[in-house]
Design a binder for this molecule. Structure first.
Ligand SMILES: C[S@@+](CC[C@H](N)C(=O)[O-])C[C@H]1O[C@@H](n2cnc3c(N)ncnc32)[C@H](O)[C@@H]1O
Length: 263
């Protein structure tokens, strides 16, 4: 298991309650994950979303993927997140979009979910579980709350190659990640939690391309806005971060994993 760094749930909440949440939205879009709506639709196809299904989005942030799938696939969604600012914005934007009849947001921890067993048809996650301190506990909770036969579909930032210890420390520090799984490590955690793995893909190539776009966005398009709203220091932090992750992705050291599993 890759080494765990000393970033706590509180550190992660501070990122998303502070400028971090705003910055990621500006860089990645309201759907705060690599690949935008296309990635959400690919996951929707892979888990087989059907009208009326009840989906749990674990680490739902601003709720944009929840709104996208509720509207497009007519599913009911519960979003779970532990950061107040994200939850407040998600609730407001969902109300504004007229989708609050289909989507509910709940405050809670992904490692100890406030739901009864066998509740959801689908458990879902996009590019967020890298923040969760214990992936096995998370996988176990996903298994518990899924109905028998229900499917788990998620993407996550993962370690995909050999990463030097000092580079890994810098990557984690830039994001407040306690620990990223490896491509294989995620599959082991899922199996240990009881899942049958239906599909696992290393999507690092596509992930690296996303970082090419983030580099352009941060260094050119968003530069004046970031400096005006957050100052030179945060601009320096953001450019450094994007370049570091981009280089590591192109070197196939870090990337994105895509997993479909069944209870
Ligand atoms: C990158 S954002 C998620 C993006 C979202 N999945 C999307 O695609 O738009 C990370 C989110 O995970 C949440 N989070 C991280 N660890 C969590 C945990 N243990 N329990 C609940 N939420 C958590 C943060 O509060 C933050 O809103």
């Amino acid at each position: 298991m890759p080494k765990r760094y000393d970033y706590t749930m509180k550190d992660v909440q501070e990122v998303y309650d502070g400028p971090g949440g705003l910055l990621w939205e500006a860089v990645m879009s309201e759907q705060i994950h690599s690949g935008r709506e296309e990635a959400t639709d690919a996951l929707a196809m892979a888990v087989g979303l059907k009208p009326g299904m009840h989906v749990l989005d674990v680490c739902s942030a601003l709720g944009a993927p929840a709104r996208h799938i509720a509207k497009k696939y007519r599913v009911k969604v519960t979003g779970l997140d532990f950061t107040k600012t994200m939850l407040e914005k998600a609730i407001q934007r969902t109300k504004d979009a007229g989708l609050d009849n289909l989507i509910t947001f709940v405050e809670g921890n992904a490692m100890d979910m406030p739901f009864k067993k066998d509740t959801f048809d689908i458990v879902w996650g996009q590019d967020a579980w890298c923040y969760v301190t214990d992936k096995y506990l998370l996988a176990r909770e996903c298994f518990r709350v899924l109905k028998p036969g229900g499917k788990l579909g998620f993407t996550d930032w993962i370690i995909t190659g050999e990463v030097e210890e000092d580079l890994l420390a810098k990557l984690y520090e830039s994001m407040s990640f306690p620990h990223m799984e490896t491509f294989q490590g995620w599959q082991e955690a899922l199996k240990k939690a009881g899942f049958k793995i239906l599909d696992a893909k290393d999507q690092t190539e596509d992930y690296a391309k996303c970082f090419d776009a983030y580099k352009q966005k941060v260094e050119v398009e968003l530069k004046p806005t970031i400096i005006e709203n957050f100052g030179e220091e945060l601009f320096g932090f953001a450019t450094n971060l994007v370049n570091m992750w981009r280089d590591a992705a192109h070197a196939h050291k870090v990337g994105r994993g895509f997993y479909i599993a069944q209870k």
